[in-house]
Ligand binder design. Structure first.
Ligand code: FE2
Length: 487
């Protein structure tokens, strides 16, 4: 143990704290170093426990949330760190505070410099060990019923339609051998085919109570608009289910010669009000496009409110849509997107209180593309409202506020009814892009007949390319492994 001893300058001035003669006496009687040393060791161990070298997932999530909140604002300049004070053993709390601040500053600086990407091991642990584990299926995406040219799916045949217009309970479906997928409606879970391709995703929702409040607000707005207008049975879709639905957006399909805005007549003002609803816009953006320059891993770990799940889980399919949508809007500026930050061309508002779809496919959508479905209302998701994926043999719990993305053209789907007798209510909000619209853009904004007459050689090449287009579409799908390798 070292003690300061007497020291003198050349002039003889004494500058040490203790005289040798009194040091021993002081140590023995009035100066006991042990409590101070214990205090010092205690402080050091407290410090080490309190601030681990590697930030935890929770810390990453909190930092990511902070960053996301601030992303529209300039990054605040770092205030200069206070000059370190000389450490005194009787001043432990002050030193602890200072060192904590210093470490926090370092963490925040690293976040700004390196982004939010967690380590690969953390990500793997999260995905494999948590409720975000992929759901494997036996189906091979190449076997899905795409039409020649892969702009749409094959129409549903008589056999497929037979007996489809039924509301089937959960018990009935389980009895039929369906596999139940419990789901909290928040954590993302990809559904992968036999080759590991992500063919659908239970996208979930941001881990943010304000998002659930937004979903509630959307349902309330839809309910209010529907009750004010007494939506008639003529708005019911015979094919999809006995509930009123309105479709809105940019369309190209049977009977049209150009891209056009869907006309809903007297319901256009109602739709305009709903499309302007900021909560509906928030849900639309969550389902679709890129709004945050964060990594795939970060979004999964933090459930960021603006992590757009289509771009996240199927980036190549999303880009395919995005490129064509950008071309379309450039060519037809009078046809703006219905949701400025969503890549989908159309949306369907399925009004409650009893939205329960029959088994069906939306065969006019792109067969390799996805449509987003968001559940709304008030119901117990363990008892009703499930999404049934017939070709995958799955019944998925689908809580209000959650979003699921599926290839609605090629995988037959339906819902389990909710218990309206117990006061439960369900509605839904879907987004999709008609495959015909993608074809219209690919054909340089003309019908196939016009293409053939104006450019016979180009038309011949396009027809030839149709044979390989489904293969191209399947190739756009991602695998879980490649999404995380690209981090
Ligand atoms: Fe559908």
């Amino acid at each position: 143990m070292w003690f300061p001893l007497e020291r003198k300058t050349r002039r003889g001035t004494v500058f040490a704290a203790f005289w040798p003669s009194s040091a021993t006496a002081l140590c023995a009687k009035t100066f006991d170093v042990a409590p101070l040393m214990r205090s010092a060791f205690q402080f050091e161990s407290t410090y080490d426990d309190d601030l681990p070298d590697a930030p935890s997932d929770q810390e990453l999530a909190e930092a990511a949330e902070l960053r996301n909140i601030d992303e529209d604002h300039p990054a605040p300049s770092r205030s200069p760190s206070p000059r370190p004070k000389r450490v005194r053993l009787d001043d432990v709390p002050i030193r602890l505070k200072h060192r904590k601040l210093k470490r926090r500053d370092a963490r925040q600086q690293a976040t700004v410099t390196l982004g939010q990407a967690p380590r690969a091991a953390t990500l793997r642990d999260h995905i494999l060990a948590s409720s975000s584990a992929p759901i494997p299926c036996q189906l091979d995406a190449t076997d899905l019923p795409a039409a020649h040219g892969a702009y749409t799916a094959k129409n549903e045949g008589k056999k497929e339609k037979q007996g489809s217009q039924k509301r089937r309970s959960l018990a009935e479906l389980l009895h039929m051998g369906f596999r139940l997928i419990p789901w909290n409606g928040r954590d993302s879970r990809p559904i992968i085919d036999a080759q590991g391709r992500i063919i659908a995703v239970l996208a979930g929702r941001p881990d943010d109570p304000t998002y659930l409040a937004a979903a509630d607000a959307v349902y309330s707005a839809m309910k209010m608009e529907a009750s004010a207008l007494h939506l008639p049975r003529t708005l019911f879709s015979k094919r999809r289910g006995a509930f009123p639905a309105l479709n809105v957006g940019t369309y190209y399909g049977k009977g049209t010669r150009s891209a056009t805005q869907l006309d809903n007549g007297v319901y256009d003002p109602l739709l305009a009000r709903l499309l302007a609803n900021p909560h509906l816009n928030r849900m639309a953006v969550y389902a679709s496009c890129e709004c945050a320059s964060l990594t795939h891993a970060s979004r999964l770990l933090t459930h960021l409110p603006y992590a757009a799940v289509f771009a996240l889980w199927a980036p190549r399919v999303y880009n395919h849509y995005h490129e064509r949508d950008t071309e379309l809007r450039g060519r037809f500026p009078h046809l703006p997107r219905i949701f400025p930050k969503s890549v989908f061309a159309c949306a369907a508002l399925n009004f409650g209180p009893d939205v329960c779809t029959y088994r069906h496919r939306d065969s006019q959508n792109a067969p390799f593309g996805w449509c987003s479905v968001a559940a709304l209302g008030k119901f117990d998701p363990t008892q009703g409202g499930h999404l049934v994926l017939w070709d995958l043999n799955l019944v998925v719990e689908f809580p209000p506020g959650a979003t699921i993305l599926i290839p609605s053209a090629t995988i037959a789907h339906s819902n389990v009814p909710v218990n309206t007798n117990a006061g439960e209510e369900r509605a839904s909000f879907t987004q999709y892009t008609p495959g015909g619209l993608l074809r219209f853009v690919d054909n340089n904004f003309r019908t196939e007949a016009a293409f053939e007459s104006e450019d016979p050689e180009g038309y011949a090449r396009m027809c030839e390319g149709k044979a390989q287009r489904w293969q191209m579409g399947v190739g756009l799908m991602s695998t879980v492994a490649e999404l995380f390798e690209s981090e």
